[in-house]
Design a protein around this ligand. Sequence first.
Ligand code: F6P
Length: 328
Amino acid sequence: MNNTIKRIGVMTSGGDSPGMNAAIRAVARSCAYYNIQCVGFYRGFQGMIEGDYVDMDARSVRNIISRGGTILKSARSKEFLTPEGRKKAADNLRKAEVDAMILIGGDGTFRGGKIFSEEYGFPVIGVPGTIDNDISGTNYTIGYDTALNTVVEAIDKIRDTASSHNRLFFVEVMGRDAGFIALNSGVGAGAEEILIPEEDLGLDRLLLSLERSRKSGKTSSIVVVSEGDKIGKNVFELSEYVTKNLPDYDTRVTVLGHIQRGGSPSCFDRVLASRLCVKAVELLLAGEKDVMVGLLNNQIEFCTLENALKGRHNINEDLLRISDILST
Ligand code: F6P
């Protein structure tokens, strides 16, 4: 055990995700177990800049494992992007006698953590928490599984009304520049087409496929569109384009939006958050730093923040093939 680590800070940053509270709980409880202090910083890097923190013990995190959102709040701090902002954060961490930070968030969070640790030699550990699942070095990020289930439940409901009215629905899902949510929820909900940023289906092929669906006797259709899709049109323009070219279709658009980020975390996300954060505390105590913990082939592993940021977490191409076959 590394005796220089006596007080660990934890924060959540970037877009919140279901399971972040389970992660905070696991950090606080592991610190209590190993007899070290835990400090929670509010609103991610912004709380570090403002010195806005709370001392946490095992009881501070009671009954939060099932709650969505994050009790520490989250933000995307613009000030932390500046050297002055990071200096304020470093000064405040020193004043608060914090020896290391656990950063729960996505790639923006890890980028900030990496620069900070390079500039100030301050130990940080990243924990992947984002619904997007777009982080390399882990098969799953905290919140992704819950978001997928939220999306599938929503599309099932849309399917009911689509089928009653013989309509074509375009459903936009989150994922910024990554198609994980779209691809997996699309397969899970039996979508006719899935448009993701990793693959440019092209407008002509979309029209062809929808025409083919209609001719094969389908009366309703669902097209799942990732918000970062590269087809060059937003979901409303896409719907207009299809209506113009295939006037037989009665089309509607649903943008699922931030509903995907809320809700009680699934069991998978709670267990993932718990495993990753116990490991994060243990790694700090073992003298490790500037790494991200992740789940690879059901084992908790870690890689440098640099590799987590550099690498690419690829979508499962086979799912596209499966979706094609099953939407026949
Ligand atoms: O990164 C998580 C995410 O939910 C993305 O999928 C989405 O593009 C973005 O955050 C939305 O951010 P905001 O909450 O700032 O609108």
